[in-house]
Design a protein around this ligand. Structure first.
Ligand code: HEM
Length: 190
């Protein structure tokens, strides 16, 4: 498998970044919603620390992903895909990128404004983004909470669209993001 993307499929680096971020985001959303419901305990604090470290990992991977996107080419949409669907796909992808930067940054901001220390998997410390501030604390918390729900909505649209392409349209949209599946439509994309 090639490292760079081709007109037919996503390359190994784009696929690795896509599926790693996808897995981390699913874990982060589940953990984020669950951990807050737990009674205060050392385990709860450990889960918060894990959530923060995984969230910072997503931030680093997203910055890598954006950098790689600038160097790599994007496989075109499948042949015959209507313009409105192409526009909707572009909009959904742009919003996903935005949310996947906004979520870790608002979390980091919330953590800083709350005056909590921040360590990545206990290995090194990250500096606070702002001094302790109750107004910023409430605002960044609201952004993180609302952003989480918007992200869930976007993921439903994104996964739903991928499944629609695979099951109903029977094109290669999903297959070309999978490492081991072989293409079923051999005609050139548009
Ligand atoms: C892609 C990255 C991230 C995602 C998808 C994510 C997602 C979530 C979600 C869905 C919640 C529950 C929100 C709610 O209903 O109140 C949450 C809570 C939380 N997140 Fe994140 N998060 C991310 C990154 C971070 C980072 C980097 C930090 C801190 C450095 C952080 C700190 C927190 C904290 C402290 C809470 C609990 C808030 C509370 O107790 O009310 N998150 N996160």
């Amino acid at each position: 498998m090639r490292l760079r993307s081709s007109p037919e499929r996503w390359g190994a680096i784009a696929q690795l970044l896509h599926w790693t971020v996808a897995l981390l985001v699913i874990v982060l959303i589940g953990l984020g919603l669950w951990m807050q419901t737990l009674p205060t305990s050392p385990d709860k604090i450990r889960l918060y620390a894990l959530h923060k470290s995984l969230g910072l990992t997503v931030l680093a991977l997203m910055l890598l992903r954006i950098g790689w996107r600038g160097l790599d080419r994007r496989p075109p949409f499948p042949a015959g895909m209507p313009r409105w669907q192409q526009r909707l796909a572009r909009l959904t992808h742009a919003l996903l990128y935005l949310l996947l930067l906004l979520m870790p940054l608002s979390g980091w901001l919330y953590n800083s404004a709350s005056n909590f220390a921040l360590r990545w998997f206990g290995l090194f410390s990250l500096p606070p983004l702002v001094a302790p501030d109750p107004v910023l604390k409430a605002a960044s918390h609201a952004v993180h909470e609302l952003g989480g729900w918007i992200l869930i909505g976007l993921l439903v649209v994104h996964v739903g669209a991928a499944l629609k392409h695979h099951v109903l349209d029977r094109d290669d949209t999903l297959i070309r993001m999978l490492p081991f599946a072989s293409r079923r439509n051999k005609e050139p994309p548009c």
